[in-house]
Design a protein around this ligand. Sequence first.
Ligand code: MLT
Length: 325
Amino acid sequence: MKKTSMLAAAVAVSIAVPAFAQTYPTKPITMVVPFAAGGPTDIIARIVAEPMSRTLGRQIVIENVAGAGGTTGITRASVAAPDGYTIMMGHMGTHGAAPALYLKLKYDPARDFAPVGLAAETPIIIVASKTHPANDLKEFIAWARAEGDKANHAHAGVGSVSHSTGILLDSILGTRPTLIPYTGTGPALNDMMSGQVDYMTDQIVNLVSQINAGTIKAFAIATRVRSAALPGLPTTREAGLDNYEVSAWNAIFAPKGTPPEIVAVLNDALVKALDDPDARKRLDELGAVVPDATGRTPAALQKLVESEVARWKTVLTQATATAKP
Ligand code: MLT
């Protein structure tokens, strides 16, 4: 290729890419976490943000914006300038279950974002306070059915992972507990540890250390195989509940209209973070399931969102229909 045509091609590309994208990032980046600090979304965000900041050469600053099952923070981030300086950590609740539970959701998970990449899948565990009378899943199910609305079931707001997976469990068990909302399962876990609420379904990364410390009870993990992070914890199927298998995921999104060149820079930083030895060790210890290369692309995340929105619409329509009046 002649030098002149190479120069022309280079100039053409530089004109096609917005000027600000050519030098991105030149200042700190805000990552909105739509739940209270200390919960699973916050935990995963902070684990990946640190190596991402190193790769990008600019600090990723976490901003916790809680409320309405994560939809408050996601709504705010979805209308931020699409310049790469506001991103968000969404998940199976905010970008999967929420449309089935909010008639007037202010965003469409499949259309109003530039997907950056999947950070981790997070198996769901049924947990209860240390003083809970049940000592295994069968006893828990009998207790839940006997307690009725006297059972206090914690979650992180309508449409959150703990809410959607929790009402799914309740509908399968045919129970109708009192639902207690929190701004995240970090605060919910604190209240469960002090015995103020009875149980919840939460993401493994929020629970491993408490389960190992014996400060909460865990009855089963809702995956087909056990987690290497909790080898002694039976699956729901092993524990006698064979129709409750559910897992969540956490992923990074940017506002719709973010230039693909910026999305590519962010995706590269996320992919490197997932292979960062310290970050990977932490994620593995907490029971997170890190996606392989094919699962890390923006296109793979877009497909995941579309399939999850459809799946949870079906699941939750049935769950809310069968819930006891
Ligand atoms: C959290 O970070 O608090 C959780 O993701 C909340 C939830 O979705 O249950």
